[in-house]
Design a protein around this ligand. Structure first.
Ligand SMILES: [Fe+2]
Length: 489
């Protein structure tokens, strides 16, 4: 009998962990398949957050130990109330942060010996649940780490960390604070809470409040009632309207240096933080240390990369007075076109690089030609026409930059094949270049030049329309026209 109950319990637990909603008719069906003939009726109790199985003893059960298989591991506590025995199977899922209970009511009085036996088994099952939970927690954390190697947007990984804290600890809010070495304060790196935007504005001096204390002492803290704690820094609550009840805060370290604090705030269902919560948050703090240090390095590299690109563009702007700001506007127009075409985040940022750098080759065009007042001679025009290839050459040694380089090299190609430098046609022209071509031409027409004034917005739009299928890719022109209202000035 117990074997069947255990199989049933296991099967229900798997369903819960998979997130499947079990309604009462499905439950009856499942229980029937395991307990055929043993129960009278079954109820799913919402208020009890559990299943109540009521079944009758079939009269053969003399004492439990006669029918139990000792190798079965099951959790059940036996209570005797008014002569009715209950077997409670507890399922705790960190996924929902709820305890589920399968209560089996047995209409038979148990002997003392049965009780002892049952208590021993209950202990075994408790350890089973602990291992099960531990594995679930590990799996969740490994999931975050796996994302770290797959995506290059570190911010996504960090926001996953606070989400995992919320899920595994069953809390209302969670945040990651980082230490600002210069000001000796903590700032909110990530907040997962309804009031996140307001909370993010606060800075907490090291030593102040619970997080500040944790940072100062380098030790975890749990406060299960902040109203009675003199350490609580109430300013954040007062200004944000968030109501903190309990806090569990753990220091984040990397290579033995304190870099921040991870906090879990307000347990669901008004329960309190316990030791297992602290253990889980401690594991997350370890993982956070690695991730935050990686994020820091990654962001430093990004900033460095961006500043190199900016100075390249600035050096072009310094040479060519009249095209100042042109690169930035071409980037803006290209961005809107690409969004309309449904570009993903990654592809979009590649295109933006290509667009801002599209004329970078003009750095290699002599001043006498680049800044010549009046009309260009045919041979001077030929020199200007070399700028896409020069740009390509400048960027040749940047690793993993082929798509960006090609956008630069081919931005003067025409859809009908009459452009330069190679006279590519239609789809032979890389998409980035086809987009930049439209953005570039539009900006050239709507900017003042030494030899002519800017064309009015409508006239420029009309010109772009006219180039559909000849100078430009028709699909890109359509996308451009759809978003062009954003460029009205
Ligand atoms: Fe150009």
């Amino acid at each position: 009998m117990l074997k069947r109950l255990f199989d049933l319990a296991y099967s229900l637990q798997s369903l819960l962990l998979e997130g499947e909603f079990v309604d009462s008719s499905r439950l009856i069906e499942i229980c029937n398949s395991f307990l055929d003939g043993y129960f009278d009726f079954i109820v799913y109790s919402h208020s009890y957050r559990g299943f109540v199985v009521v079944f009758r003893s079939n009269g053969d059960l003399k004492g439990f130990k006669d029918v139990l298989n000792k190798e079965d591991i099951a959790n059940f506590l036996v209570r005797l109330e008014n002569g009715i025995s209950y077997l409670d199977f507890y399922f705790f899922t960190r996924k929902y942060h709820r305890k589920f209970v399968l209560r089996v009511i047995i209409k038979e009085v148990l002997t003392e010996e049965d009780e002892r036996f049952v208590n021993n088994l209950a202990n075994s099952f408790r350890s089973f649940i602990e291992v099960f939970d531990e594995n679930y927690v590990k799996a969740k954390i490994i999931d975050v780490l796996k994302d770290l190697s797959e995506i290059n947007d570190i911010q996504v990984v960090i926001s996953k960390l606070t989400k995992v804290v919320k899920e595994l600890l069953g809390v209302e809010a969670s945040s990651i604070l980082m230490k600002d070495e210069k000001t000796n304060e903590l700032y909110f790196r990530q907040v997962d809470s309804e009031k996140g935007d307001i909370i993010k504005e606060f800075r907490i001096p090291i030593g102040k409040g619970i997080a500040g204390k944790v940072a100062l002492m380098g030790k975890p803290m749990v406060v299960n009632d902040v109203s009675s704690s003199s350490d609580f820094f109430s300013v954040v609550d007062e200004k944000s309207g968030f109501k903190t009840r309990e806090i569990l805060a753990i220091p984040i370290r990397s290579l033995n240096r304190l870099i921040g604090v991870v906090e879990a705030i307000n347990k669901a269902n008004f329960t309190k933080f316990d030791f297992s919560d602290a253990l889980i948050l401690d594991t997350i703090a370890d993982v956070s240390g690695v991730i935050l240090v990686t994020a820091d390095l990654y962001e430093k590299l990004e900033r460095l990369f961006k500043s190199i690109i900016d100075s390249l563009v600035a050096s072009l702007d310094a040479r060519d007075e009249y095209t100042k700001g042109h690169s930035e506007r071409v980037r803006l127009y290209s961005t809107e076109i690409a969004r309309e075409l449904g570009f993903g985040r990654n592809e979009l940022s590649r295109l933006q690089l290509s667009a801002i750098l599209h004329d970078i080759g003009k750095i290699g065009v002599p001043d006498s030609v680049l800044n010549k007042p009046g009309n260009l001679l045919p041979e001077e025009y030929e020199i200007i026409k070399r700028h896409p290839v020069i740009g390509y050459e400048i960027l040749k040694y940047v690793e993993d930059f082929e798509d960006v380089r090609e956008g630069v090299k081919y931005h003067h190609e025409r859809f009908d094949g009459k452009g330069y430098p190679e006279g590519l046609k239609g789809d032979e022209i890389p998409t980035f270049a086809r987009i930049i071509a439209v953005a570039d031409t539009f900006d050239a027409m709507t900017s003042n030049r030494p030899y002519r004034k800017a064309l009015p917005f409508e006239v420029a739009l009309n010109e772009i329309s006219k180039g559909k299928g000849t100078q430009f890719d028709p699909e890109i022109v359509d996308a451009f026209l759809k978003v062009s209202y954003k460029f009205y000035f």
